[in-house]
Design a protein around this ligand. Structure first.
Ligand SMILES: [Zn+2]
Length: 384
């Protein structure tokens, strides 16, 4: 065995249906979790590295479902270098590109848009900024795309479409036809909801989403301007589409939408992202802040909110991560209540609205950072 984490206070699974798991230890081999249990029931005789969690809580690594990356660890939108590394210090171990729309002089024709998606997909697949797994290459739609275009980009490594609504396709029936082609070649699809940046259209609401049938209805609390709650309610009740809430949105709408999703018993469809970099800026603690907002503004429990930022998103994008479970990629965090908090552990901290302190972040079983430079310091520290 490569790694044993022992003395874990609590294990948050990332599984929305069973968000807490029994045990105080996790074993890792070849970058995968091989056991989650009590240490006294494990064979730990041949472990190369032992880490004592000293009572810290184990979370799966956070998966940001909505990031406007370009290529590498730079965002032209806020002219910031190293923003992905900063997010690693906020517990983010994976990101899904919502479309590389911030590149200067963005292509606005089919061949250029395909090239942009392919470059981003391949570049992030070949080089992980700070170790973070970025699924780049969110293809932006053009009305002239044919089925062949979706086949080509899929064969070149593109795995999903960026937000429908960012490109020049505003005929939602045509968008729906393209979603069909995308699905045929295994591509997942997200769609912008709410106030639109497209001239001539004020809002992308339920009719557009229910016609296009994407996999994810993006930023239901606005990116940044929220759609009317009645529109969101139709998306919840008239489809099985994944429902996203983001940091760079409308916080009152986040509260209303989170409660609505809970009332409609659709917590397994709720996913959490940031929608940064944006005009709001780069928000390295954006995932933790949004998890905190979702749990404090609703009756959603902290461990359920963590699942919305991990296992739920992995399930939409068919990633073998986001869960603390055997066979999954060993991406996880050791966290605790921050120094000075009234809370006694990480879940209690989330429940009282405090950002937990990060004591360590692992990707594929490898220690990436110890105590975060961005969160408040954790009360307990792992012995690394
Ligand atoms: Zn958007």
């Amino acid at each position: 065995m490569d790694l044993l984490i022992r003395n874990i206070g609590q294990i948050v699974s990332g599984n929305i249906n069973a968000p807490l798991v029994e045990g105080d230890a996790v074993l890792v081999k070849d970058g995968r979790i091989t056991a989650v249990s009590h240490e006294n029931s494990l064979n730990v005789s041949n472990v190369e590295r032992i880490i004592d969690a000293n009572g810290c809580t184990l979370f799966p690594g956070l998966i940001d479902s909505h990031v406007h990356v370009v290529v590498g660890d730079f965002t032209p939108r806020q002219q910031t270098l190293g923003f992905i590394e900063s997010c690693l210090h906020g517990g983010v171990t994976s990101m899904i590109s919502a479309g590389e729309v911030h590149i200067d002089g963005r292509p606005k024709n089919p061949v250029g848009l395909k090239a942009l998606a392919i470059i981003a997909a391949q570049s992030f697949a070949n080089a992980r900024p700070a170790g973070v797994k970025v699924q780049g290459g969110g293809l932006i739609l053009d009305p002239a795309f044919t089925e062949q275009d979706f086949k080509e980009v899929a064969e070149a490594g593109v795995k999903h479409l960026g937000e429908i609504g960012l490109g020049t396709v505003t005929d939602w029936a045509l968008a729906g036809k393209m979603v069909g082609w995308a699905h045929k070649y295994g591509l997942k699809v997200m769609m912008h909801v709410g106030g639109a940046s497209i001239p001539g259209s004020n809002v992308i609401g339920a009719d557009a989403v229910l016609t296009a049938k994407p996999d994810v209805a993006s930023h239901l609390n606005g990116g940044p301007t929220a759609a009317p709650l009645a529109e969101v309610k139709r998306i919840i009740t008239e489809s099985n589409i994944a429902l996203e809430l983001v940091q760079c949105g409308n916080m009152l709408a986040l509260q209303n939408v989170a409660r609505l999703i809970h009332r409609h018993d659709a917590l397994d469809r709720l996913i959490i992202g940031t929608d940064m970099p944006s005009g709001t800026g780069v928000v390295p603690l954006g995932m933790l802040r949004t998890i905190t907002a979702v749990t404090t503004f609703s009756d959603i429990r902290p461990e359920q909110a963590v699942a919305m930022a991990t296992g739920n998103t992995a399930s939409v994008y068919e990633l073998r991560r986001g869960l603390i479970a055997e066979g999954y990629e060993a991406d996880f965090l050791l966290v605790d209540a921050p120094v000075g908090s009234v809370a006694k552990d990480a879940l209690e901290a989330l429940a009282v609205g405090d950002i937990p302190g990060i004591a360590a972040v692992f990707i594929d079983g490898a220690l990436k950072i110890g105590v975060s430079r961005n969160t408040p310091p954790p009360k307990r520290k792992a012995t690394l």
